[in-house]
Design a protein around this ligand. Sequence first.
Ligand code: SF4
Length: 77
Amino acid sequence: MKIKIDQERCVGCGRCTEMCPSVFKLSEEGKAIVINERIDECEDEPRGEECAVVSDVVKKAADECIVEAIDIDMEIE
Ligand code: SF4
């Protein structure tokens, strides 16, 4: 999975970082950045049912991003 965040679009609402802090983080500029793309190796405590499969919570974060700034490509390892 490849995760990209459009820095121009991101408004720094923090929704994705709240949903999956193992993958998303707000930068000093207040924009979301990806801190971990090896999501299969996530060792954090599951934060909800959909979090049991990390790719599911990343997809949900992309769906819920209010400005559609998160682009995910499942084909890329
Ligand atoms: S949910 Fe979207 S707008 Fe909000 S911080 Fe994440 S990428 Fe940025």
